[in-house]
Design a protein around this ligand. Structure first.
Ligand code: ADP
Length: 656
């Protein structure tokens, strides 16, 4: 007996004993696999002239045997040879298995839908079956092989028995499930019936492109004999007929007015292995020189591997009903990489390879339209359903931001209006436009603060004093934020057409300004004059403090902006403190330039008088101690590490 790989074992165990309630999805998973296998064979036929499918009927067959308690899903697709059976069914062949383990460690005991989340496909059979037998014959192979397992101990692979796929060219796969007994709270017997299977196909697999067929029993009236008496009751007979259970028209070919959202949701869930319905669905069609149908989905939340290297973006690309590429990356820009969906165009060449895709003008044209559609859909969602948009943004806002950053701001014209930031004044997420429309008279910059957490930023002296003066501040807490804002440099706001409430909403460009940089200029003229006077009067004090702090700071100054705090640290030059923090987490931390720090003092604070007094009394040791303490506490308030905690502790003691 061959053993399952470790992760597979754990997963199987979980699946069989899981509290997972939606066991019926097993059929959809098997049917999808069967459909994929037919896709693969069709594709092979197109690219390999030795494959001749002729007039063969490619189809998926369902059957069941109530007495033996079996359900069989068969296909005449590409099949698997012995090695493929071992590789494909012996491991959970998903990049997700590692992630699964980690995620699972975190969610012990929670009722999460692991199956949907990780798309473990074939293994879902074991939710309903105590044994699974897979007989498969690869296209072109002489013999079939049988894989069998109880899902617990391991599995066996042996040559198939006589009668099992041993006819001429009998390629394809039969998956037979030996159903468990029903229990009090779990009726599995319903799957051993025509209506049970028909119901599952309708609900979960209606839009599978290949026919899903089943022999169904029907009854018909037996024609009466010519000489039968008038009042003879009609007689009926039973007969069997192969019936196609699914509608087969690909759902993306239908107009959205003909499709219920529930059908879109089901298609999305089964095709993209998500357990949550999509947040948005976009269907569009083009006709003319280049015709195509497209169906796009914005997921409700990020898949578990979305922010990992393993995530592959792309749309499924079909041409004339054949799947050309499962994930055609060229159809989606990176910043919309979360979009799932299908593009189907008879005009796209079949023998397309990755290289030619990039140069393919038709694909480029489709990609452009896809991009616009996604943009418009997101903009609509933002306008119509703010709550859902905020949820979306929580999952995917980061990729939009990266889009701006990586394009050096070039994509800002498309993406800036899709961004949300936390407004310190409003206590909620706002768009840049909303920020601008709420600006104080005379304000000409968008103020923001960057740091690790909102709670911390809200307490920063630079933020509280800006708020105290009536300026709103956007609080940015993602690593990418400040890099993106610097790449953008300005926010271009379009005029608000017909916005009578906001006559000042003309088109204009607004610069971004970090409240933690030196030149904010929020103070009134009076305050500025006063600060200037203080600066003049205390030149000696400032240079004494600069000397005491040495190369920790590039300057000590008075700030007209501060209101409550005694002092703050700001940065001059191109590197801000937040950027320094983010960069210092990277591998080249030691070699990177540091922010030029400025210690800014609040001349209205009682502490300042102490400094002046110490300077006047010629107590240079005391002044150095004060300078060092003020510098360290300002760093702590900013959430930055202090250079020498031991020294800081000593200083506090000596002060006491
Ligand atoms: P997934 O379909 O998500 O890749 P599964 O666990 O459902 O994962 O299946 C694992 C692999 O087994 C598939 O990728 C495919 O290569 C192979 N497989 C499963 N069912 C069939 C089938 N009916 N015909 C051919 N290959 C199959």
């Amino acid at each position: 007996m061959r053993q399952f790989k470790t992760e597979s074992k754990k997963l199987l165990d979980l699946m069989i004993n899981s509290i997972y309630t939606n066991r019926e999805i097993f059929l959809r998973e098997l049917v999808s696999n069967a459909s994929d296998a037919i896709d693969k064979l069709e594709f092979k036929a197109l690219t390999d002239s030795s494959v001749d499918l002729g007039a063969e009927d490619l189809a998926i067959r369902l059957s069941f045997d109530r007495d033996a308690r079996t359900i069989t899903v068969s296909d005449n697709g590409i099949g698997m040879d012995e090695a493929e059976l071992d590789k494909n069914l012996g491991t959970i062949a998903h990049s997700g298995s590692q992630a699964f383990k980690e995620e699972n460690a975190e969610h012990q005991g929670e009722d999460i839908d692991i199956i949907g989340q990780f798309g473990v496909g074939f293994y879902s059979s074991f939710m309903v079956a105590s044994k699974v037998r897979v007989v498969s014959r690869a296209y072109g192979a002489e013999h079939a092989y049988a894989w069998e397992s109880d899902g617990v101990r391991g599995y066996t692979i042996e040559p198939a028995k006589a009668g099992e796929r041993d006819g001429a060219d009998d390629h394809g796969t039969d998956v037979t499930l030996f159903l468990r007994e029903s229990t009090e709270d779990e009726d599995l017997d319903r799957f051993l019936s025509e209506w049970g299977l028909r119901d599952l196909v309708k609900r979960y697999s209606n839009y599978v492109r290949h026919p899903i067929q089943m022999l169904v029993s029907k009854s018909r009236e037996i024609p009466k004999a010519e000489d039968a008496p008038e009042d003879q009751p009609p007689a009926y007979e039973q007969y069997e007929e192969l019936e196609t259970l699914n509608s087969m028209t690909p759902i993306w070919k239908k107009r959205s007015s003909e499709v219920e959202q529930a059908d879109y949701d089901e298609f999305y869930k089964s095709t993209f292995h998500d357990w949550e319905a999509p947040a948005r669905t976009v269907s569009f069609h083009a006709e003319g020189a280049l015709s195509y149908d497209a169906l796009l989905f914005v997921p409700g939340r990020a898949p578990f591997d979305f922010y990992s290297k393993n995530y592959e973006k792309g749309l499924a690309l079909y041409s004339s009903n054949v799947l050309i590429q499962e994930k055609c990356a060229d159809l989606l820009p990176d910043y919309y990489g979360f979009v799932r969906g299908v593009v189907d165009s008879p005009d796209v060449h079949l023998n397309i390879s990755r290289e030619t895709l990039q140069q393919n003008a038709q694909l480029r044209a489709i990609a452009k339209r896809v991009e616009r559609k996604v943009h418009d859909e997101l903009a609509t969602m933002l306008a119509d359903d703010r709550e859902a948009y905020e949820k979306f943004f929580e999952s995917f806002g980061r990729v939009l931001k990266f889009g701006i950053y990586e394009s050096y701001g070039a994509k800002a014209s498309d993406l800036a209006d899709l961004l949300l930031f936390w407004s310190a004044r409003e206590g909620k997420m706002v768009t840049l436009r909303e920020y601008v429309l709420g600006m104080k008279d005379g304000q000409d910059k968008i103020l923001y603060a960057c740091g690790e957490s909102r709670e911390r930023l809200e307490k920063l002296p630079a933020v509280t004093s800006a708020l105290g003066r009536g300026y709103d501040v956007l609080l940015a807490t993602q690593d990418v934020d400040e890099f993106m804002l610097q790449a953008m440099h300005v926010y271009h706001m379009d005029a608000v057409a017909g916005d009578a409430e906001n006559p000042g909403a003309d088109a204009r460009d607004l610069e971004f300004a970090n409240v933690a940089t030196a030149d904010l200029d929020l103070a009134t003229q009076e305050e500025k004059d006063a600060a200037e006077q203080v600066a003049k009067d205390n030149e000696a004090l400032f240079s004494a403090m600069e000397e005491a702090l040495g190369d920790k700071v590039s300057a000590v100054r008075v700030s007209a902006d501060l209101t409550d705090a005694p002092a703050t640290i700001t940065a001059e030059g191109p590197i801000s403190l937040e950027m320094e923090r983010v960069l210092s987490q990277g591998p080249e931390a030691g070699m990177l330039p540091k922010a030029e720090r400025v210690l800014e003092l609040n001349a209205k604070h009682p502490v300042f008088e102490k400094l002046v007094a110490a300077q006047a009394a010629g107590e240079s040791d005391k002044l150095a101690l004060y300078a060092s303490l003020l510098y360290d506490q300002a760093l702590l308030v900013e959430g930055l590490p202090i250079d020498d905690p031991v020294e800081f502790a000593k200083n506090i003691c000596s002060l006491m």
